[in-house]
Design a protein around this ligand. Structure first.
Ligand code: XBP
Length: 268
């Protein structure tokens, strides 16, 4: 049986519900740059199909009738807005506007206890990741991660598998020796393209994403006394995502189709 050697976590939406803070930070930066339009929750859900804040702003600016200038002008403008947005975002985190999602700290601590290595594969920056980890993890924090793959190193964003390939190389493991924890279709596709099985924790911004091929889709990692809700997949009789469940998933059958129309089941 293949042994679970590592868990690779996505960051935004997976470790913590950061996307609303990102959205507000984008809007605050727009206002500072004299842009009157803002991103509503509905628009942001659509825009999340574009990985990476810089790329998201650039695509949005290009789509606006009022935007003039060369392609380079647009990209430079987007870059300046994004730099400011990132500062605003980290200020919000430091102000204490964030908590880990249920089950995240428990799973990280269990993995450390069991000698399972931890990785991060994200489209956001190292600085954002470090600030978030410092805010949501008490002991060890960022130092407990053996590989942190971010947009500073990998510019080719999800659904490209590049960020996962980099994390695997850093961890010195094969794709079938780890599990990815993701929250978006782009992240899931990136892991899948790399040959890594994924467990998905959805939230309000990714409810309608397509997770076909994911091993398990749940509404949160859950706690023993706060069970997850299964959207699709095999939870092997568990009510929260723990190391044992991830080991079962790794050893289990390869394919598991998402049943979007199937009734939700609460695990016993
Ligand atoms: C999440 C993202 C990010 C954030 C914005 O990445 O797509 O773009 O929404 O972050 P992941 P930046 O799910 O891979 O963690 O503005 O820093 O790009």
């Amino acid at each position: 049986m293949v042994k679970l050697k590592a868990i690779i976590f996505d960051v935004d939406g997976t470790l913590a519900n950061t996307e609303e803070i990102h959205r507000q930070s984008f809007n605050e930066a727009f206002a500072e740059f004299g842009i009157k339009d803002t991103w509503s929750v509905e628009e942001y859900i659509r825009l999340l199909a574009i990985s990476g804040g810089k790329e998201r702003i650039t695509a949005w600016l290009r789509s606006r009738d009022s935007m003039s200038g060369t392609d380079m002008d647009v990209r430079e403008f987007a870059l300046r807005i994004h730099q400011r947005k990132s500062e605003i975002y980290r200020d919000h985190l430091r102000a204490g506007h964030i908590a880990p999602r249920p089950g995240v700290v428990r799973l990280i601590n269990e993995a450390r206890r069991d000698g399972i290595r931890l990785g991060i594969a994200t489209s956001t920056s190292r600085s954002n990741v470090e600030t978030l980890l410092d805010c949501i993890l008490e002991q060890e924090g960022r130092s407990g991660f053996d590989a942190i793959a971010t947009s500073d190193i990998i510019t080719d964003k999800k659904p490209s598998p590049s960020v996962y390939q980099f994390a695997l190389a850093k961890l010195c493991i094969a794709p079938d020796e780890c599990i990815a924890i993701e929250d978006t279709s782009n992240g899931h596709r990136a892991a899948l393209a790399c040959g890594i099985a994924s467990v998905i924790t959805i939230h309000e911004f990714t409810l309608d994403n397509d997770f076909t091929g994911a091993k398990l889709v749940v509404d949160q990692l859950g706690e023993p006394d706060r069970p997850f809700r299964i959207i699709s997949g095999n939870a092997h009789g568990k009510n929260n995502v723990d190391v044992d469940l991830l080991q079962h998933i790794l050893a289990g059958p390869k394919q598991c189709e998402q049943r979007r129309d199937a009734p939700s089941v609460v695990a016993k």
